[in-house]
Design a protein around this ligand. Structure first.
Ligand code: KG4
Length: 343
């Protein structure tokens, strides 16, 4: 039996959840998205202040919904990184205070491990497994040879894919966060513009594929396109630009995921992170893996946004594996998933 509280505050969602032996008893999320929308992006200082304001209420609600007391808990998990440093501190300090007061083990959780393991709420994992982690801060292909084993086999060299959705939305005058508005416009558009994509190529001199990504060129291409049209006084269809951009951004993810899944002979592929909500990605990945014999798991939409349920999932596994930390733990905004045991 294990009863775990998880706390998450890495970006602009303050969240707490309680899980008992894998079963979710409660999951509470307070999102600041509407507030940051006014600034066109997350304002780190505002985010940290709001986390501090909200975390008490969120914790209280999560514990009440689960109908448990802090003294009943077996461990307290929290997101140690990656994320915004000020935001991360809110969950870390709350977890430390509770662990100290109630003499509970403290479990530091990697945010992206949380996004990956969110899929376990809907599917069992079969290894080797490939996780396609696509979010506002990360674009990574993560190979898992077994439980709690993470190896990055490809990542972005510059911007994350979610960041490019947000920037392109801004260029097109769409609200923040830009992923959903672009997704909605793209559904009505055609991919008639030739924005630079990223064809898969071999690492020079080898037979191996290069699974890295790059999104800064694509973002600049959309910016130049919009500027050019503006200067010439020409109009364009936002729907068509959204679809053209979306195709250029997502096709390389699907292509790399399929090639990597074959190269590493994985049994399962899971999508993870905010951009895994994208309807074109979900449809294209489904098509790509159909008939391959590789199981594809697409997270339900509630799992794609930041939440603490996914943190409890990983915390439970770490706790059972004896991976806990002391009260002098600090956050790490740049924590690598491969180093999740190092803190
Ligand atoms: O995982 P997440 O909450 O952020 C990090 O933890 O980094 O993901 C947020 C990102 C934002 O960039 C947002 O625009 C994007 O996910 N996003 C989407 C969609 N919904 C959210 N991107 C594309 N299509 C969507 N439907």
């Amino acid at each position: 039996m294990s009863l775990i509280l998880g706390i998450e505050s890495s970006c602009d969602e303050t969240a707490a959840a309680v899980v008992e032996d894998g079963k979710l008893l409660s999951s509470v999320i307070s999102s600041q998205a509407d507030i940051h929308a006014k600034y066109g992006g997350v304002m780190p200082e505002v985010a940290s202040r709001l986390h501090v304001e909200n975390i008490g209420v969120v914790l209280k609600e999560a514990m009440e919904k689960a109908n448990v007391g802090y003294e009943d808990l077996d461990a307290i998990g929290f997101t140690r990184g990656p994320g915004l440093i000020g935001s991360l501190h809110a969950a870390c300090e709350a977890a430390k205070a509770l662990a100290m007061l109630y003499h509970k083990p403290l479990v530091p959780v990697h945010h992206l491990a949380g996004h990956i393991y969110a899929n376990e709420f809907v599917d069992t994992f079969e290894f080797p497994l490939l996780a396609v982690v696509v979010s506002g801060g990360n674009t990574e292909l993560v190979l898992m040879e077994g439980p709690l084993s993470f190896k990055i086999i490809g990542e972005t060299k510059d911007d994350a894919v979610g960041e490019s959705f947000d920037k392109v939305a801004r260029i097109l005058g769409l609200p923040y966060p830009g992923g959903l508005p672009i997704d909605q416009h793209a559904k009505k558009g055609k991919a008639i513009y030739d924005f630079p994509s990223q064809p898969l190529h071999h690492i020079p001199g080898t037979e191996k594929y290069d699974y890295s990504f790059s999104y800064s060129g694509l973002k600049t291409a959309v910016l130049n396109f919009a500027e050019h049209k503006r200067v010439k006084g020409e109009s364009y269809s936002i729907d068509d630009v959204a679809m053209s951009f979306e195709k250029a951004a997502i096709d390389p993810i699907v292509e790399r995921a399929l090639a990597a899944a074959r190269e590493f002979k994985v049994r399962q592929v899971v999508l993870a992170g905010g951009v895994s909500a994208n309807s074109y990605l979900r449809a294209e990945a489904t098509k790509a893996f159909e008939g391959t014999g590789i199981k594809l798991t697409i997270p339900p939409l509630w799992c794609t946004t930041d939440n603490a349920a996914m943190i409890t999932k990983v915390a439970e596994k770490l706790f059972k594996a004896g991976i806990v930390c002391s009260l002098d733990i600090d956050v790490d905004p740049n924590w690598q998933i491969e180093d999740f045991r190092e803190f």
